[in-house]
Design a protein around this ligand. Sequence first.
Ligand SMILES: Cc1cc2nc3c(=O)[nH]c(=O)nc-3n(C[C@H](O)[C@H](O)[C@H](O)COP(=O)(O)O)c2cc1C
Length: 532
Amino acid sequence: MTELSEGLFDYHQRSKHRVNHYAPGPTGLDWANQPDPFREFHGAAQLKLHLAADSLVTRYNELRRGNLPPACRFDLDHLAVLFELSLGLSAWKSYGAKRWALRCNPSSGNLHPTESYLLCPRLPDLSAGVYHYLSRDHVLEQRAAVDDPHWTAAFSGNGVLIGISSIHWREAWKYGMRAWRYCQHDCGHAIAAVSYAAAALGWQTRLVLSAADDVVANLMGLDHSADFESAEREAPDALLWVGDPDARPDLSRLLGPLSKASWYGRANRLSQEHVRWPDIDSIHRITHKSLTQEPAAPALVALPPPAAPALDLSFAEIARQRRSAVDFDGTTRIAAVAFFAMLECLMVRREAPPWNALPHPVLVHPALMVHRVDGLDPGLYIFLRDPSALPGLKQTMRPEWLWQKTGPDHLPLYLLLPYDLRDVAKLICCHQDIGADSCFALGMLAKFEAALHEPWRYRHLFWECGMLGQVLYLEAEAAGVRSTGIGCFFDDEMHALLGIDDYAWQSLYHFTMGGAIDDARLSTLPPYEFQP
Ligand SMILES: Cc1cc2nc3c(=O)[nH]c(=O)nc-3n(C[C@H](O)[C@H](O)[C@H](O)COP(=O)(O)O)c2cc1C
């Protein structure tokens, strides 16, 4: 084992929640230092974006089938829709004098460590440069103006880059050491959210996998120390190409013009005081990514389209009504056909969001604790998003599992054990009732050890989990039920249930879906009511 992988395994083990002790975190919440959920760059010119998402007629069902509408023109108004329906606000909630924003992308603890940037050539109504998206006001803040034809030429085709970064402190304030994992989950949710919204505009999304972290940071201006001074730094995560999939820009040709650009704005400080979590700094260093080869797209099998969901909603409706359930009723059931369709949406269709964004073979498979799905025995199931994972998983898990093929022929769904697992699911979800009261709960099993010969892939495993989560959030809305991502779970309890006692596979994210009970004490306000 190299020193890096030792550090990675050490972080992974020590950031697990265990039944008898949780991962290291703060002993209480320091409300006086609660991080500001919104980053802004004081002094940067602001470009007000229109709220135009209601004009978008794309149906959600078409997107999940990979039927994208004709590509919209790349201009300011369409980019406004992209941000509004991916990373924009979806509502304000209030309780007494307290008010907080929700967004189209979910986030552990609603802390939203994810920031986003637009890098674009000259476009109608938009000058070439780098912009930070401030979701609170639905504005683009101009960080860099690039007046160099080489910049625009480097984009070489129809498209823009979306950069994603994380402010680890936002999450660490509440969750301590484990927070870094949640930042990665949130990044995965954000990647998927962008991919869906782009698809609704007829645009394809591709993660630029080859990019080195330092280049991603340069492109977003995260290396401009003077602009951050005492403000919390942002860690570069992902770069997404949104546009013509065959015309990816040459990143090295963007860096030259950017070094001569004028930069504007100073980052706001989110908290007065900070607590350092050295384990987060070290896992961030360990998973640093250098330049790699762009992988060849994996070969895919043709799949029949998923059955239509119960509700035929527009993508704009689904994106904005997506919410996490706080409680489930413990009675709602879903039909097997709906359940199978959800699983189908977890399989990769090359041109369908969000999997069009992911250029590598699937590495994550859900292990499901089914409680209330009509026509299915309650019990433990596994769904193989890539059937070739079967021998490896069989070898790792309990030899006594049934491996009984269930559901439509093309769906690699296996019943492992018919059993009422409600209490187990609740326990695994850190004793949260939603584990038991849901229609089903699941853990996302990632092909762990093999992926980690390159430690940066640890981040990508969490991203893939977050993307699965985003699919299930949207699928739940379309089925008339609701979902909740579960970051708080007892890792090794799930492994013990499955019979996993090594690192070949690890469960990295959990999820629940069921009939939601709303909290009647909360009021809901529209997302941009307060806009001038
Ligand atoms: C990575 C992640 C982990 C989460 N973990 C939990 C959890 O353990 N328990 C829970 O009740 N909600 C959990 N949530 C739901 C968040 O609390 C929720 O997304 C956030 O409050 C924002 O609300 P919204 O999803 O309705 O926009 C999680 C969400 C994400 C994205």
